[in-house]
Design a protein around this ligand. Structure first.
Ligand code: GAL
Length: 401
C-alpha cells in the first residue's frame, strides 16, 4: 500500500517533467553552438555599407554556392543596421534595412539563420545606437524579428566603465562582465535560442569568465584584416587557450578573411586550416558575389570542416615552435589526431628536416596519415617524414591508427 502511494506521489512529481519535451528542459544556451558556429558576417567585406539587399544576396549565394550544405548557417548583419529609438525606447532600423522581420523570414526561407549586432554601450563602434539601458527591449525586439545570433561588441561601453570607476581596472572589468551577463539574461528571457557572441577583443582574459556570462563564443583578439601578417599573428597568439574551448563555448580569433585582399592560395589554406585546428567559429567575411572556385573549395573542404566541427570540441595546442615553423595538434572524437605544420616564414621552398612530434601530438610512429588539403593517403608515417613547405604554406594531416 505504502509503495503504491509512493508510486502515485512519484508520478505527481515526475509528470510535469515527463510531459516537458527534453529540448525545453535543457537551457537554451547549452544546446547552441555544440560545435563552432559557421556562417558569414557582413563586416569584413561591406563594413558600414551593408544593406538589406546585400544580406538577401548573401543568403542566396550561401545557398547556391554549396556553402550552406557545407554547414555555413548564420548570415550575420554586423554594425550599421540601427536607426533611432522612438518615444517608447523601441529601436528602429535605418533606411538600409526597411523591414528586419521580412529579411529574417527571407533568410529562414533559404534554410539559413539570421544574426545581428549590438553593443552594451550607448553607441556601437560605428557610432550607431547601442543597447545601453534597453537590453531587454532589444533582446525582445530581436526575438520578435526571428534573430538567431547576437554579436555584442564592447565599443563605447569602455567610456562608461571608465566613468564609473576611474583608474580602477578591477571594478571596470566587473562592470563589463555584468553588462555581458545582462544581455545574456535578456536573451534567455525571450525564450528564443540565440547564439551569444562576445566581442571585447579578449580583455580581462574573457576565456576565463565567458562561459559564466552565457557566451557561446568570445573574441580573443583585436580585429583581423586580410593580410597574412595579421592573420598569422592572431593565429599564433591562440597558444595556451585550448583548455577554455568546449562544446557550447569557443575562443573566437575573429572572422575569416579567406578570399579577401591579396591572400595567396597557400595563405588562404593556412588561414582556413589554422581556424579549423583552433575550433574557431567559421564566419566567412568575403565578397560572395565574387566567389572563385578556388576560394569556394577552400571554404567548403569537407575534411577541413570535419576537423573544425569535430564533436569532441578540443581546440588544438601548439606542440612545437622554432622560428617561423610551428606544429599544432588536436585530438578528434574518433581517436584520430589532427596535426598541422605551419610555415609562417617568408622563405620560398622552405624545407626542413623537422620532426613531426607525433608522440607530443597524441599519435605515434606508424600511424596512418592523410594529407587533408591534398586529399591523399600517405600510409604509415614517421617523425622524420620529409616534406616541403612553400612560403606561408602548411601541411594538415589527419592521423589514425
Ligand atoms: C569592431 C569589431 C568588428 C566589427 C566593428 C563594427 O569593434 O571588432 O568585428 O564588428 O567593430 O563597428
Amino acid at each position: 500500500m505504502r509503495s503504491a502511494l509512493r508510486c502515485v506521489l512519484a508520478l505527481f512529481v515526475l509528470a510535469p517533467i515527463l510531459a516537458t519535451p527534453l529540448s525545453a528542459q535543457a537551457k537554451p544556451a547549452s544546446k547552441l553552438a555544440a560545435t563552432p558556429p559557421m556562417g558569414w558576417n557582413s563586416w569584413n567585406w561591406f563594413a558600414g555599407k551593408v544593406t538589406d539587399k546585400d544580406i538577401r544576396q548573401a543568403a542566396d549565394l550561401i545557398a547556391s554556392s554549396g556553402m550552406r550544405d557545407a554547414g555555413y548557417t548564420y548570415v550575420n548583419i554586423d554594425d550599421t543596421w540601427e536607426g533611432q529609438r522612438d518615444a517608447n525606447g523601441v529601436l528602429h532600423t535605418n533606411d538600409k534595412f526597411p523591414d528586419m522581420k521580412a529579411l529574417a523570414d527571407y533568410v529562414h526561407s533559404k534554410g539559413l539563420k539570421l544574426g545581428i549586432y549590438s553593443s552594451p554601450g550607448v553607441k556601437t563602434c560605428a557610432g550607431y545606437a547601442g543597447s545601453f539601458g534597453h537590453e531587454q527591449q532589444d533582446a525582445d525586439l530581436y526575438a520578435s524579428w526571428g534573430i538567431d545570433y547576437v554579436k555584442y561588441d564592447l565599443c563605447s561601453f569602455r567610456d562608461y566603465m571608465n566613468a564609473q570607476a576611474p583608474g580602477d581596472t578591477l571594478k571596470q572589468y566587473q562592470i563589463m562582465q555584468a553588462a555581458y551577463e545582462k544581455m545574456h539574461l535578456a536573451i534567455l528571457k525571450t525564450g528564443r535560442p540565440m547564439v551569444y557572441s562576445l566581442c571585447q577583443y579578449g580583455w580581462d582574459q574573457v576565456w576565463q569568465w565567458g562561459p559564466n556570462v552565457g557566451a557561446n563564443s568570445w573574441r580573443t583578439t583585436g580585429d583581423i584584416n586580410p593580410s597574412f601578417a595579421r592573420i598569422s599573428t592572431i593565429g599564433r597568439e591562440q597558444a595556451g587557450l585550448a583548455k577554455y574551448a568546449a562544446p557550447g563555448h569557443w575562443n573566437d580569433p575573429d572572422m575569416l578573411e579567406v578570399g579577401n585582399g591579396k591572400l595567396t592560395p597557400d595563405e588562404n589554406r593556412t588561414h582556413m586550416g589554422m581556424w579549423a585546428m583552433l575550433a574557431a567559429p567559421l564566419l566567412a567575411g568575403n565578397n560572395l558575389g565574387e566567389l572563385t572556385p578556388e576560394v569556394t573549395s577552400i571554404l567548403t573542404n569537407r575534411e577541413v570542416l570535419a576537423i573544425n566541427q569535430d564533436p569532441l570540441g578540443k581546440q588544438a595546442s601548439r606542440i612545437f615552435a622554432e622560428g617561423q615553423v610551428e606544429i599544432w595538434a588536436r585530438p578528434l572524437a574518433n581517436g584520430d589526431v589532427a596535426l598541422a605544420v605551419f610555415n609562417f616564414g617568408d622563405s620560398e621552398n622552405f624545407l626542413r628536416g623537422i620532426s613531426l612530434h607525433l608522440a607530443q601530438a597524441g599519435a605515434a610512429n606508424g600511424w596512418k596519415a592523410r594529407d587533408v588539403w591534398a586529399a591523399k593517403n600517405l600510409g604509415p608515417i614517421q617523425d622524420d617524414y620529409k616534406f616541403t613547405l612553400q612560403k606561408h604554406a602548411s601541411l594538415l594531416l589527419r592521423l589514425s591508427h
